[in-house]
Design a protein around this ligand. Structure first.
Ligand code: HEM
Length: 231
């Protein structure tokens, strides 16, 4: 029945990959905060001391880097393709900042998600490269290590801000979105609202359900001629 159908949005590998990225990100935040600022040194006590926390941070960092790259590769076709609708989406900021929610139709991901997906990928590469350079701070010139730590911290702050927005939009901001990343499927109603162009590409989906043909004006039963809507 129309509106009761569900469509596969993420397969198991994609979902496992996403949650690996998410869990490792939070573990990195917890283990990294003590390095970021003295005020958070207490975190190191919980993890059994600074050197253990740092070793844990490095190991989780490798998992985060690898899983983020795989997640990006799984979605790169959709997240790196921008078209005129994306320009329209940016113009009205996806309808999030104005009452006018008449946004252009989106494919699998909206423009904001595409930007987020690319930012996570390049941000993770940046975090990974700067983290690897500073892996053993005594190996390289002190100034280089300092600059790396500066960019590492900057990317960490930027990514945290983006992730907070991402979590809000994926949960309370857009109810129904979590179903996809938890169970793999989203409802037809959700897809019609958030990803109509993607929905139209799904197997078994008929485009006329998305854009039903306009009905001919009905003739009044007592008249021979058609009744105009204004009559
Ligand atoms: C509790 C934490 C998180 C929640 C609740 C969450 C929620 C979600 C949801 C619901 C989706 C599916 C969106 C859709 O189908 O339209 C998604 C996709 C995605 N998430 Fe997360 N997420 C979390 C953490 C993270 C973290 C930490 C990252 C990366 C640092 C991340 C990166 C992504 C990416 C790259 C996608 C693919 C779509 C896109 O580019 O936006 N997520 N997430």
């Amino acid at each position: 029945m129309l509106f009761r159908r569900y469509y596969e949005r993420y397969n198991t590998a994609e979902r496992v990959c996403h949650w690996l990225v998410a869990v490792s990100f939070f573990l990195l935040v917890i283990t990294g905060l003590g390095l970021f600022d003295k005020a958070f040194l207490r975190y190191f006590d919980v993890l059994g001391g600074g050197s253990k926390a740092l070793a844990f941070h490095k190991a989780i960092g490798v998992i985060f880097l690898v899983s983020s790259v795989i997640l990006f590769l799984k979605h790169w076709r959709e997240t790196t393709h921008f078209d005129a609708d994306d320009a329209g989406w940016l113009k009205c900021m996806g309808g999030y900042l104005s009452k006018d929610r008449d946004t252009p139709p989106m494919g699998k991901f909206n423009t904001g998600q595409k930007i987020f997906g690319n930012f996570v990928f390049f941000g993770t590469l940046g975090l990974g490269i700067t983290g690897l350079i500073a892996w053993d701070p005594l190996l390289l010139n002190r100034e280089i290590v300092r600059w790396c730590m500066f960019f590492h911290s900057l990317l960490f702050v930027m990514m945290t801000v983006f992730v907070v927005i991402h979590i809000y939009l994926g949960t309370m901001g857009n109810p129904g979105t979590m179903e996809g990343i938890l169970y793999g499927q989203v409802s037809e109603v959700w897809a019609m609202k958030h990803a109509p162009k993607w929905l139209a590409e799904q197997e078994g989906y008929r485009k006329e359900w998305l854009h039903p043909p306009k009905r001919e004006p009905r003739a009044h039963p007592d008249s021979e001629s058609e009744v105009s809507p204004a009559a």
